[in-house]
Design a protein around this ligand. Structure first.
Ligand SMILES: [Zn+2]
Ligand SMILES: [Zn+2]
Length: 391
């Protein structure tokens, strides 16, 4: 089959690889009908994340049709079922899964020993990601082997387009969880740093969850206009002071809830002196991430407020003002999305039209154009916000 394969830094190729097959009775194979490139794929593209190996197949946002089912998954799935595949692989019956903490499933990371050593405790297996999360082949491919397929799938109805359903795999539940982690109350201002695809989903989610005002921060005009179309007040951080504007919008008190939808920035912005220092340290491998936005959030957040982090960080960060955060009594909430926790609610909202996540798609091309689209997305050319690939 054809797949997008990681060969090294900034080297992703459209290669012929062997077809996946059933390796375990809980497996299923899906024929991919649509898949997407995610912001966190750019972290792999840049080789910011350790433990990628040449030959790894990319992709963790995929959907398609079931073509083969292992004996133990057969009760839950059958040939011909239409499914979206969550980016987190989960077993459904470990202690964490029973609590709904699917992204920290205790059983699905097949490189558990390595991950235990690096993280203290292993987290769930993820598709198309580092070997620290199991190194499972991803779904930017014609076919995908789904381990733990009896639980790791979202059955979706016919009659709704792939474009509306595909993002149940990651960015929609991630944006939804970003807002859920804020425990939004009436009157709350929610400020969101980063208007990429997850930030866009977080804007709509925060409003649906009852935020009084949502303020979205970025600098790319196409992202800011998409944010405004979703109901956000926008701040262009290259043109105005984020802190002054947020205080101005909240009677000088700052937003109660702050969402980090950036994480380690794939896009290098050298406009702040602290970012320059971070970049230097990152080059010397002394620091993995550049947390300028996080520092800004801690500074501007209202005391006793909440910082909700869904942007992906990869390792160490320096100079986080912990004293400020502690004395202000800030709450920190963060996670890789526990996708399955939100699936029923979100699918129902897609079905009844309250959410249509397809608004975020700016490019839809053949899988063979994937390598080029990684560059277009990375360089933010052609107003690119979200790329969907069809094998
Ligand atoms: Zn993703
Ligand atoms: Zn589990």
């Amino acid at each position: 089959m054809k797949a997008l394969v990681w060969h090294g830094k900034e080297d992703i190729r459209y290669d012929t690889v062997s077809d996946p097959g059933i390796e375990h009775p809980r497996d299923a194979i899906i024929k991919v009908t649509s898949c997407a490139i995610c912001g966190s794929d750019l972290h792999l593209f840049h080789n910011f994340i350790p433990a990628m190996m040449p030959g790894d197949i990319m992709g963790h946002e995929s959907m398609g049709e079931v073509v083969e089912v292992g004996s133990e998954a057969a009760g839950k799935l059958k040939k011909g079922d239409r499914v979206v595949i969550p980016f987190t692989i989960y077993c459904g019956d470990c202690e964490q899964c029973r609590r709904g903490n699917f992204s920290v499933c205790e059983r699905t990371n097949r490189h558990k020993k390595l991950a235990d050593k690096v993280f203290g405790h292993a987290t769930a297996g993820l598709f198309g990601y580092t070997h620290l999360t199991g190194g499972y082949p991803g779904g930017q491919a014609e076919y995908l082997r789904v381990p733990f397929a009896d639980t790791t799938h979202i059955k979706v109805p016919d009659g709704i387009s792939d474009e509306k359903l595909l993002f149940l795999s990651d960015i929609l539940p991630t944006g939804w969880q970003a807002a859920k982690q804020c425990d939004i109350e009436p009157g709350d201002t929610v400020a969101i740093w980063g208007c990429g695809p997850v930030g866009q989903m977080a804007i709509r989610s925060a409003l649906l969850q009852g935020a009084e005002q949502v303020v979205a921060i970025d600098y790319l005009p196409e992202r800011l206009s998409m944010a405004a179309a979703g109901g956000a007040i926008t701040i262009d951080f290259k043109k105005e002071s984020v802190i002054e504007r947020l205080n101005g919008l909240t009677g000088g008190k700052g937003p109660q809830k702050c969402i980090d939808a950036i994480g380690t920035e794939s896009h290098v912005s050298l406009s702040h002196p602290d970012t320059l220092v971070d970049r230097f340290k990152q080059t010397l491998m002394l620091e993995n991430d550049r947390p300028h936005a996080l520092r800004e959030m801690i500074y501007v957040c209202r005391p006793a407020g909440t910082i909700s982090i869904v942007g992906v960080y990869t390792g160490l960060i320096d100079n986080v003002p912990m004293g400020m955060a502690m004395n202000k009594g800030l709450n920190f909430r963060m996670a890789q999305a526990h996708v399955a926790r939100w699936t029923d609610e979100l699918l129902a909202m897609i079905e009844d039209g309250r959410i249509d996540p397809s608004f975020v798609i700016t490019h839809k091309v053949d899988l063979s154009q994937g390598p080029e689209m990684y560059r277009v997305f990375r360089d933010q050319q052609d107003s690119c916000i979200k790329v969907v690939l069809t094998p």
